[in-house]
Write a protein that binds this ligand. Structure first.
Ligand code: ZN
Length: 553
């Protein structure tokens, strides 16, 4: 294992501009450097490298991180491999700690647990009959290493009898510490081992067989296990994904196992989370078409819409299959309807068509006012696509919404959902500066939360949410820290900016309330008076107002 101190030395020695400059040509742009992104095809440079922050970020596809991350992603290496590569590139010598560091120690625990879980399954009749009922055969159980974890006591006894240190078991995510001491995280569950793309065991998913309210639980986030970027089944599917240039993404572990059993060996699933931009680097490997295979229920459709929007805007090709009658892919295969599943998966709805249809179907298109909203939603989505794609899909969008194609004519000038930097107005910059200041001084967040509701940030709400939870890895947060137009303010200026922000917010609110026909006359009068005679004057006097006491968002 590479000594962490020597990784630190390496990080302090190398400069990200040299590292990335070794692979692609960087051009100086202000304090930063720019290039065409090596991770997604583009003609205008939206890939930015910051020497002061030692990070890179692509405003096009959202990838980003430090030098090591760049080498990992570009060369498809593991963390230690990337560290070794950089060390040899820059002549830095690494030290290795003897034997096992805690990293490999945790891995060893996971492997011991996996062996034990598999052994338990053979005499866990409830678990076996559940698996057989779902149609999973013995081959699949073995191929996917499906196991069983009995009671919490048995887990603790196993750890004691095998002399596994409890601290290491906790680090591996097997046990946790609660008020009454340590306890097993997975209890009375069927276990699905989760592997990294290179095939290392990193965690477990568990399905209850004792009607626990949480149907599925995953290992917690550990050093080894980052569930927001892993895909279940990826290491088994990898070869097939590369060969067929296709990847099927479904919602559950059982779907993956059953699809593989039915011969669809490119199937993977997210780990109980939605598909996010963090999955994109893994999805790009091998350049596959992406087929989203989701349940046809409300939740499935909503998840498919979000995923299809993100994938199409990031330049992916592929489509969506919604399984009918509340079935999931696993149901179809277990009923022997493999042919039907194959047909559904083949005849997917292309991503962009799916997004346009679903955006439109959220509105009552016979009502002109709603049609206007639907049109706005579809146009802002289309404006995020390339010019060629916009042009190709405008006729489809127009006929879906029942409007003329001419309305979409100004495709290029259409406003983007999230303004690109060059299109940001002074007001955008003020809001972003406010957010950047909170990013720099997190201790101010609590005070600000008392007077600003996250929804007040409108299109910037997601930035605010990411800052509140301290998610420094969030792509919007990276984007914000690299935005040179947004400035970090002093505390006094922040107060002033907050007041201006709120005044503008309430002035806009005043207009929208006046025009709103859904609010009763009495309530309207009340709100308007509160804003005009209390809130705005108070803010103008330099006082703050507590948004909860007003109840206007
Ligand atoms: Zn990119």
């Amino acid at each position: 294992m590479i000594d962490t101190a020597s990784i630190e030395t390496l990080k302090n020695t190398i400069d990200i501009v040299d590292v990335i400059g070794n692979y692609i040509e960087l051009k100086k742009a202000g304090a930063n450097y720019k290039a065409c992104c090596p991770f997604h095809g583009e003609k205008t440079a939206s890939f930015v490298v910051s020497p002061s922050k030692q990070i890179y970020h692509c405003f096009g596809c959202g990838v980003g991180g430090d030098s090591i991350k760049f080498v990992m992603e570009l060369e498809k290496l593991t963390y230690p491999e990337a560290v070794e590569k950089l060390a040899s590139m820059f002549n830095v010598s690494l030290r290795y700690s003897e034997g096992k560091g805690d990293y490999s120690e945790a891995k060893r625990v996971l492997e011991a647990m996996q062996t034990w879980y598999v052994k338990n399954l053979s005499h866990a009749n409830n678990a076996l009959s559940y698996l057989h009922e779902r149609g999973i055969n013995q081959n699949s159980i073995e191929a996917f290493g499906v196991g069983f974890v009995p009671s919490g006591n048995e887990v603790m006894n196993f750890l004691h009898s095998t002399l596994i240190p409890l601290g290491t078991a906790e680090e591996a995510g097997i046990i946790a510490t609660g008020e009454d001491g340590r306890y097993a995280r997975l209890v009375e569950r069927i276990t699905f081992p989760i592997y990294s793309p290179s095939g290392g065991l990193v965690g477990f998913g568990g399905r209850t067989i004792s009607n626990h309210p949480a149907k599925y639980i995953n290992s917690p986030q550990t050093k080894l296990f980052n569930k927001s970027r892993l895909l279940y089944g990826y290491h088994q599917a990898k070869e097939h994904i590369y060969a067929s240039k296709k990847i099927i993404i479904c919602e559950g572990y059982l779907d993956v196992v059953m699809l593989h059993q039915g011969g669809f060996k490119e199937a993977v699933a997210t780990l109980g989370t939605a598909l996010t931009s963090e999955h994109l680097p893994l999805l790009r490997k091998g350049d596959p078409k992406i087929v989203l295979a989701y349940d046809g229920d409300k939740a499935g459709i909503a998840a498919a819409l979000k995923a299809a929007q993100m994938l199409s805007l990031a330049g992916f090709d592929g489509g969506v299959v919604l399984f009918p009658n509340g079935q999931d892919p696993a149901d179809l295969i277990s009923k022997g309807e493999t042919e039907l599943a194959a047909k559904l998966l083949r005849e997917y709805k292309p991503l962009i068509e799916f997004v346009i249809e679903k955006l439109g179907s959220g509105y009552d298109l016979s009502n002109p006012k709603e049609k206007e909203s639907a049109f706005g939603a579809v146009r802002s989505y289309l404006s995020g696509l390339s010019d060629i794609l916009q042009e190709s899909y405008i006729p489809f969008a127009a006929s879906t919404l029942g409007v003329s194609t001419a309305l979409f004519g100004k495709g290029k000038n259409a406003q983007k959902f999230m303004p690109t930097i060059s299109k940001q107005t002074k007001y955008d910059i003020e809001q972003l500066s406010l957010l950047k200041t909170l990013l720099e001084y997190p201790r101010m967040i609590d005070d600000v939360l008392n007077i600003v509701h996250p929804a007040m940030f409108g299109i910037y709400e997601e930035y605010f949410q990411a800052i509140i939870i301290g998610d420094s890895e969030h792509q919007l947060v990276r984007q914000l820290s690299l935005n040179e137009h947004a400035k970090v303010m002093s505390e006094a200026d922040l107060q002033k900016a907050l007041r201006n922000f709120l005044i503008k917010y309430y002035e806009d609110k005043l207009k929208s309330i006046t025009a709103d026909t859904t609010i009763s006359f009495g309530r309207k009068a009340l709100l308007i008076r509160a804003i005009k005679t209390e809130i705005i004057p108070k803010l103008e006097r330099g006082e703050m107002v507590d948004h909860e006491s007003i109840g206007i968002i």
